[in-house]
Design a protein around this ligand. Sequence first.
Ligand code: FAD
Ligand code: UDP
Length: 390
Amino acid sequence: MTTSAASKGKILIVGAGLSGAVIGRHLAQDGYGVTIVDSRDHIGGNCHTERDAESGVMVHVYGPHIFHTDDEEVWDYVNTFETFMPYKNRVKTTSKGQVFSLPVNLHTINQFFDKTMRPDEARQFITEEQADTSIEDPQTFEEQAMRFVGKELYEAFFKGYTMKQWGCHPSELPASILKRLPVRFNYDDNYFFHKFQGMPQNGYTVMIERMLDCSGIEVRLNTTFSAEMAEGYEHVFYAGPLDGYFDYKLGRLGYRTLDFERFNYEGDYQGCAVMNYGEVDVPYTRITEHKHFAPWENHEKSVCYREFSRAAEPADIPYYPIRQVKEKALLSEYVELANAASGVTFVGRLGTYRYLDMDVTIREALDTARGFVEAQQKGVKVPAFFVAPV
Ligand code: FAD
Ligand code: UDP
């Protein structure tokens, strides 16, 4: 990570995750002098990966990250910094004493109902005998599940898991959360349906380190942003929590946090990278076995994480924005404050209080950096948000 005299103004970026790194690199290459601060002792934000010294396994420190996208520019972009190895996310789930394949596909349906249906038969069976087709326009998670897979599959795979993940009943959650998962009437068990999917050969942190290795960028770790730091900078890009920027003066935006209970194992613990647990009486949502995220590597020893979800307290890492009615109302108030501020743009998953996959984060960061340069050229105010958070 290097610095050099920059021809344009000085920019401060808060957060050395993907948002900060992509914006920082773009602006440094455009001639700005960029300082990036992060309160953690490492770069990479929540995508941070680290090789475990004892086992040699590449660990996804803040939970499993699989890169998948339809955005060709973003795919080409990440591939300029790191080799992406072919990887398909194949998730299993344990429920009712058996292991099933996810997302719900023909294998899941046949195994669950103890049948040997072909695709058309399975579609007809689910539609006519399982799904609640009286629900015309599902609004809640529960209605979406009842409408598309029916009560039995919903209760085995989604109800308990979702109560653990979100800490509330699926009837209180929007249908959009479940819409992220497909239901397939063939044997395709790829968890994602995007054109490009892969894993960085040496982990995400190495990829982000290369993004930051650019003349004009200085990174300061173990440095928490404070308002005085912005003095002398032309503009601030803030990838920290939106409410935190305003000292939580209107209250805190709700998040779910995760606790990872790490354990080591000699050999292969579960035979796959991600095993979900659909039932509510198993207290964790899933177990991830990190060496299976790098199938091109060989490791005798194994590192696994049991993942527990709960409401975030002030000292916890905010992971999933809750975004229910109450949070959205508070968010609107913070957005108003942000729009009234000047010299700052809020970016990324925390700055805009949205769940963002990595490819969307990169797309938005590229668009934000380009939008900033354009606004500077035109001499117009740089907006607080390039993507509206509500
Ligand atoms: P972050 O990575 O959170 O970076 C923000 C940085 O800002 C952090 O390093 C933080 O320390 C720093 N910071 C915050 N406040 C301050 C402050 N006041 N001062 C200084 N520094 C500060 N996406 C996928 O595409 N595929 C996946 O499989 C996937 N899995 C995920 C699993 C989990 C459990 C979660 C929560 C997310 C997952 N994501 C996945 C999404 C991915 O993590 C995000 O897209 C990405 O982290 C967003 O990057 P960011 O830079 O916006 O935020
Ligand atoms: N989900 C579930 N059972 C599973 C996997 C997912 O009920 O085995 C629900 C859960 O509510 C989750 C949502 O489906 O938040 C979307 O799944 P995804 O895998 O996208 O979850 P995330 O990436 O948010 O953890």
